[in-house]
Design a protein around this ligand. Structure first.
Ligand SMILES: Nc1nc2c(ncn2[C@@H]2O[C@H](COP(=O)(O)OP(=O)(O)OP(=O)(O)O)[C@@H](O)[C@H]2O)c(=O)[nH]1
Ligand SMILES: [K+]
Ligand SMILES: [Mg+2]
Length: 441
């Protein structure tokens, strides 16, 4: 338990109907008594209070008391609901500081909840994800994790390893009398089954991480193909400069879209060609790098230049690319239905014709590629690293070679898994988890 009592504005700063202050720690109740000048409200029951400090009225509001240990942090927690104005928040903060309370660090409430055994790390992370969720799919994924899906999975994997470790102990006990083959075989089979399970979740985890961070789509093509025009159409605003001058776009321009619940980061890039000068060459270098890291590419061609297909753009068309034929309004010939085995999506960024077709294909692509099954998912790089460390230890595991070393590999594998929920090796990962929190959570 912590000795300091922390407080924070838990609702968004600025003007608003109601602002919620959260206090946690041994002096939370005393602070409330001092401000409200009366008996504490019954646990978990809202009570109207007049908050005063040093003979100065601060505000009328509601107070709630959550006595330890039945609170979010496991400590005494007080919630003050006041009017959501900057001056009220400032006066209340000043009063709390003068009563000896300390402004909370980002994530400190959740960190205390973790340290007091109220939350495991995956649930703490899920709270941060839920706060940050911008689309329905992100919200659902975070909520599943908050419900403990990932924690339960990590615990089940650990339980399987602990069982394998127990079998190894038996093998070691027997080793003087010659190791029974059956036992060694059983440990080996358990390790193999777990390895397969972990590997399949790593693949799924890649998708879940993308969902958290947004699916990256890059628009690539020759100068003047209409990439920036297409970006603006999809974004519904003039995010990028459009002009008839080839080589207009230099930097990568990102817009965030909600594609039917899927979070997408759409990037416009510089036109691909043998660059005339340094700045454009740097732009093209960035375009290629962005295309490389993207999950999907929109390869944009100019329909008015057919039957010639731009060479550099054509070389970008692969399994992760959609072929877009822009400026369909400008073409008088019948447009081809495919290029190199890829269906062609004809459209006009100028008139908007064909845009719905592109959007529905995009939605389909994104949802089949990144559909998150109901199974708990490894949503962060941190989870993946733990599973990869575990797999590395299991990969070294060889019960036939040297028994003590094999037992140590199992122990390392279990420790790696424990890092997912934070049941072991806690200190080193705490800061990584909690520093991305906002204050008051
Ligand atoms: N007719 C017609 N013109 C278009 C269409 N899309 C874009 N244009 C025009 O084509 C020119 C180039 O458009 P941009 O969107 O700047 O092309 P870009 O691919 O971003 O070009 P760079 O940034 O230079 O690589 C502009 O004059 C646009 O108005 C379209 O669908 N139909
Ligand atoms: K242009
Ligand atoms: Mg452009």
């Amino acid at each position: 338990m912590s000795h300091t009592t922390i407080f924070a504005l838990a609702s968004a700063p600025g003007r608003g109907g109601v602002a919620v202050f959260r206090l946690s720690g041994p002096r939370a109740a005393e602070a409330l008594r001092s401000l409200a000048g009366r008996d504490l409200p019954a646990p978990r029951t809202a009570q109207r209070v007049r908050l005063r400090h040093r003979d100065e009225d601060i505000d009328d509001g509601l107070a709630l008391m959550f006595p330890a240990p039945r609170s979010f942090t496991g400590e005494d927690v007080v919630e003050l609901h006041v009017h959501g104005g900057r001056a009220v928040a400032a006066a209340l903060s000043d009063a709390l500081v003068s009563l000896g309370l300390v402004p909370a660090e980002p994530g400190e409430f959740s960190k205390r909840a973790f340290l007091n055994g109220k939350l495991d790390l995956t649930r703490a992370e899920a709270i941060a994800d839920l706060v940050d969720a911008e689309t329905a799919a992100q919200r659902r994924q975070a909520l599943r994790q908050l419900d403990g899906g990932l924690a339960a999975l990590a615990d089940r994997w650990r339980a399987e390893l602990v069982r394998a470790m127990a079998l190894m102990e038996a093998v070691i006990d027997f080793s003087d009398e010659g190791v029974p083959d059956g036992l060694v075989g059983e440990v080996g089979r358990a390790v193999m089954a777990l390895t397969a399970d972990l590997q399949s979740h790593l693949v799924q985890g890649q998708r879940s991480e993308r969902l958290r961070d947004g699916i990256h789509i890059a628009i690539v093509g020759a100068p003047n193909a209409g990439k920036s025009s297409l970006l603006n159409r999809l974004a519904g605003r003039e995010a990028a400069i459009v002009s008839s001058v080839a080589g207009t776009t230099r930097d990568v321009i990102e817009v965030h879209l909600d594609l039917h619940g899927w979070p997408v980061v759409l990037a416009d890039t510089a036109g691909l060609r043998e660059a005339a000068e340094d700045v454009e060459a740097e732009g093209i270098r960035r375009a290629l790098a962005r295309a490389e890291m993207a999950d999907l590419k929109l390869a944009v061609f100019d329909a008015s230049l057919l039957p010639a297909w731009d060479g550099p753009t054509r070389s970008m068309v692969d399994a992760d690319a959609l072929v877009v034929l822009n400026k369909a309004d400008k073409s008088t010939m019948a447009l081809p239905a495919e290029l190199d085995g890829h269906p062609v999506l004809a459209l006009s960024a100028r008139t908007g014709d064909g845009l719905d077709g592109l959007l529905s294909v995009l939605e389909q692509e994104v949802s089949t590629r990144y559909a998150v099954s109901a199974a708990p998912a490894l949503t962060r790089a941190r989870h993946r690293a733990a599973v990869e460390d575990c797999l590395a230890a299991l990969g070294r595991f060889d019960p036939v070679a040297e028994i003590e070393l094999a037992a140590e590999d199992l122990r390392l594998a279990a420790a790696a898994l424990g890092r997912i929920t934070g049941r072991v090796d806690v200190e080193e990962i705490l800061d990584v988890v909690f520093r991305e929190f906002c204050i008051g959570k």
